[in-house]
Design a protein around this ligand. Structure first.
Ligand code: BES
Ligand code: ZN
Length: 600
């Protein structure tokens, strides 16, 4: 176990880190909103691992390379070549090195269509100021930075970023808390991170502290709401530390992005990016923050070696997220999250099919866009494996194991085989028959859910199920006792309703509970498919508002699917998509172009 981890070949990177590997980046960029480009230079410090190699291989996609020199911009020019362009992987950048070269400096520019970048015009933000943010996971860092874009390669960085003077720049690094009049910001990340955790955001954002080491950035109009929604942040960090050891990244801040952010959250080190769709007003959707925080251990400290091992990032993180929520809000609360997760897991299994290899935990994504193969399975089946292990060995032994796992592999990559070897050595081998009881190989390399997985159950949902039954049996909606329900109860109520309700039933529910005008996006997303299936006319306006305002792919995909299945669906979906598409990030556009049809 003590031998240094040597990363397996990453099918999604052209880099050859076993020969020459980067270990530190000095980045110097100017952000130009008028041309929608970043321009500047990336200086990489090198480590030579195979004495014979005289080449540095970097990943790029849609970058314009201006010049490459040894050591610094004034150094001697180096010969370089770009390889053939692949639509998924981009182009290899091969740089010829003099023997033992210590550093290379790449002068480059991004192109306006760079897939990691979303440039928002002033009209697309709350504060009427332009906004830029990056989304590098899984393999999009290479669209804004020539890099070894493989999660097994880590580097430290410092950066200088120049932006318009009325905007603030933030990165996955030490961050400013106030604007500086010159518009120039410097950053430092002293812990080594993989390229997919490189992040930059530029906008009219302000900062509110939540504790001495936590805080939140948001557009000024959103900041008070955000500060109130996330007031338990310090407690979350403390709970996480109690579970699995010290937080290793100094500060933990959140950045609330404009609503077009394509994900719920992204665990950029020191600065988690979150969607504003979790600002529900009642702190009901903050498990997402616990999730991104948990990645500070699972993912950011111990990192999946390739995207085939994605479950090591997300499965552990979901398990950890729910343990944090349990510590803060109790077991009955965390149990609701487990049941909702389990519902989503079964939904995904049904969608992918009983026998699909994409339902294995260990994936084979070679030749495909990782974005297509990374789904709910890694999250919920991964979590379910850990729940099963918990049931077999008990919480206290599992917790010791997980804490040790994070400590021993900090700032390193982990692949599925190495994890299995470690698990056997630390837990399974001590007890004959345990591995068979766990059914480990079935979890990793077989479809579906292995036998022996413990059932998940929520006592709070028993009341929801009883209410749902009562209503279906004729009790008026207004007579159900729902006053104490959180949004989780409402989502469970909605998800368990028959797919097809009559328009009378839909109208009754909406009149009693006001779903169509709910301020909670999870409730809206669970309600709209019912309303669409029942062809409820009153929902059209609210749905269109949602689809043109929100860019979170997890909501968009099922809603467009539901819309497509409704009467005259293709036409309606295309009409709203044409209007909404300019507001979506490339990650969401890629998925929806395929589903709805590209713009005409
Ligand atoms: N790291 C992921 C987001 C991601 C995964 C981006 C793969 C690109 C490729 C993040 O931690 C995440 O899982 N976000 C979820 C929320 C979570 C509560 C399940 C999301 O965005 O919905
Ligand atoms: Zn995650």
């Amino acid at each position: 176990m003590s031998a240094p981890f040597s990363s397996p070949q990453d099918p999604h990177s052209y880099a050859r880190p076993a020969d020459v590997r980067v270990h530190h980046l000095t980045l110097d960029l100017a952000v130009d909103f008028s041309t929608r480009t970043l321009a500047g230079q990336a200086t990489w410090l090198l480590e030579h691992l195979a004495g014979s190699s005289q080449e540095l291989w970097l990943d790029t996609r849609d970058l314009h390379i201006d010049a490459i020199s040894l050591n610094d911009p004034a150094g001697p020019a180096l010969a370089w070549a770009l390889g053939a362009a692949d639509t998924i992987l981009g182009q290899a950048l091969r740089i010829e090195l003099p023997a033992g070269a210590g550093a290379v400096c790449v002068r480059y520019r991004t192109t306006p269509g760079a897939a990691a970048l979303q440039w928002l015009s002033a009209e697309q933000t709350a504060g009427n100021q332009p906004f830029l943010f990056t989304q590098s996971q899984a393999i999009l860092a290479r669209t804004w930075l020539p890099c070894q874009d493989s999660p097994g390669v880590r580097f430290t960085y410092d950066a200088t970023v120049r932006v318009p003077t009325d905007l603030l720049a933030l990165m996955s690094a030490t961050n400013p808390q106030t604007r500086n009049p010159g518009g120039e910001y410097t950053f430092r990340m002293t812990q080594p991170i993989p390229a997919y955790l490189m992040a930059l955001a530029v906008g009219d954002v302000a900062f509110a502290p939540l504790s001495s080491r936590t805080g939140v950035y948001a557009e000024p109009a959103t900041l008070p709401t955000a500060a109130s929604e996330f007031r338990d942040l310090e407690q979350m960090v403390a709970a996480a530390e109690e579970l699995y050891g010290p937080y290793r990244w100094e500060r933990y801040d959140l950045l609330v992005l404009p609503p077009s952010f394509p994900f719920g959250g992204m665990e950029n080190p020191r600065l988690t990016f979150v969607t504003p769709t979790i600002l529900a007003g009642d702190r009901s959707l903050t498990s997402l923050v616990a999730h991104e925080l948990a990645h500070s251990w699972s993912g950011n400290l111990v990192t999946n070696a390739t995207w085939n091992d994605f479950w090591l990032n997300e499965g552990f993180t979901v398990y950890f997220e729910r343990r944090i929520m349990e510590k803060l809000y109790g077991r009955p609360y965390a149990d609701m999250l487990q049941v909702l997760g389990n519902t989503a897991l079964h939904h995904t299994l049904a969608e992918l099919g009983e026998t699909s290899p994409d339902t294995h935990l260990q994936l084979n994504l070679a030749g495909r866009d990782p974005d297509e193969g990374l789904n709910e399975i890694a999250y919920e089946k991964g979590n379910y494996l850990l729940l099963t292990l918990e049931q077999l060995v008990g919480r206290s032994r599992l917790d010791t194991f997980i804490k040790e796992y994070f400590t021993r592999h900090s700032f390193q990559a982990m692949d599925t085989e190495s994890f299995v070897a470690y698990l056997r050595h630390e837990l399974l081998d001590a007890e004959p028959g345990l591995e068979e009881k766990l059914n480990l190989q079935a979890w990793l390399n077989k479809p579906g859910i292995p036998a022996g997985a413990p059932p998940v159950h929520s006592t709070r949902f028993e009341a929801v199920e009883a209410a749902r039954q009562a209503w279906l049996a004729g009790t008026p909606a207004a007579d159900l006792s729902t006053a104490a329900w959180s949004s989780h109860e409402w989502v469970h109520f909605l998800q368990g309703l028959p797919a097809l309700l009559s328009s009378v039933q839909l109208a009754e529910l909406d009149a009693a509970f006001g779903f169509t005008h709910s301020g909670n996006n999870e409730i809206l997303a669970a309600w709209f498919p019912h309303a669409l299936a029942g062809n409820s006319p009153s929902v059209t306006e609210a749905l269109e508002k949602f689809l043109t305002h929100v860019g979170r792919r997890k909501f968009l995909v099922p809603l467009y699917k539901a819309l497509l299945a409704a009467p005259n669906g293709r036409h309606r979906a295309q009409a709203v998509y044409a209007q909404a598409r300019p507001n979506y990030h490339s990650v969401a556009r890629g998925t929806l172009d395929e589903l709805v049809g590209p713009p005409r």
